[in-house]
Ligand binder design. Sequence first.
Ligand code: SF4
Length: 367
Amino acid sequence: MFDARLPSLDLAAQYTALDQIQDQDVAATLRKSILDSHDFHTLISPAAAHYIEPMAQRAQQLTHQRFGKAMQLFIPMYLSNLCYNKCTYCGFSVEHKYPRVILSDKEIVAEGQLLAKKGFQHLLLLTGEAEDKVGVDYIVHAIGLLRPMFASIGIEVQPLSETDYRKVIAAGADGLTLYQETYHPESYQKHHLAGKKKHFSKRLQALEDGAKAGFHKINIGALLGLYAWRYEALALSAHLDYMKKKYWQSQYMISFPRIQEMFGEYNPAYDVRDQDLVQLICAFRLCFPDLGISLSTRECATLRDNLVGLGITQMSAESNTAPGGYSGMDSESQFDIADHRPLPLIQDMLKRKGYDPVVKNWDAVLT
Ligand code: SF4
């Protein structure tokens, strides 16, 4: 099983060694015609921050070569904000006192109909982690209600067993999103204070259980701001390499959510600047050319527009992080989003840049 604490990885030593990389090492790496995961360290080093422009140009060419000028659009739908875990950075954390919501069948269908009418066909279902109330049976039932309205449904819910993941796939889901949040074990303990999510290894294991169960698409990521982004990047690339080799049947996608404001107060301990995000996206694109890269509405409209073309292949649009939020239900959200533009405005922006905004997931239809 993959574990960021594996002695063979020694991520702390790898992280420290990044400071030894010199400008000439970056220049030599960028002269190579093909880059792979072995070059990743060099491209996320502090020295490579001086080479953002050539990296961005190459990332753009590579993205167009591999993915064309298509941008897949999806929308998240929160089914519940009930959660028994205590995560320092999250508006759903158990210590926040407000009425919790679990959508009923009628409310799920109403949300689904509204989103399908807007034109979305690719849906990501989310819940907090409350196994007894929004466990696998509830999730499977929700997928059953929504499946006829959407071409593709992914889940971002509590870690499940391989058997339960199989039930979710059988109900019609094809994508699994499960972020480790931080790959730095001490930071993980500091930010996951109570509940089942306290267990660092179990979360990693669940991702492998999802791959074994047969999810077609798997999305991994780290919540940037919990620890040093370069360390998280090293861990993510090692995790990705491991998953691609061991569970090669799945397609992989990566996300880099940055912490945003939420119910209560949380100030990220580690700063991740816009230019850091650009370096990170370009490094992943150059070293993992076929990797899907997803960008959420946590980022502001200007930055999202500027990142189109640098390696992003999928964007969320019109997101609302409160259960029932699209139908106007008064419920608490998980975090604030920064890009509030409706779908047609995002589509217009993409078309102006020469991109084809894709709301239908043809890939899911074909498989
Ligand atoms: S991050 Fe997930 S597990 Fe943690 S409190 Fe929020 S919803 Fe619950």
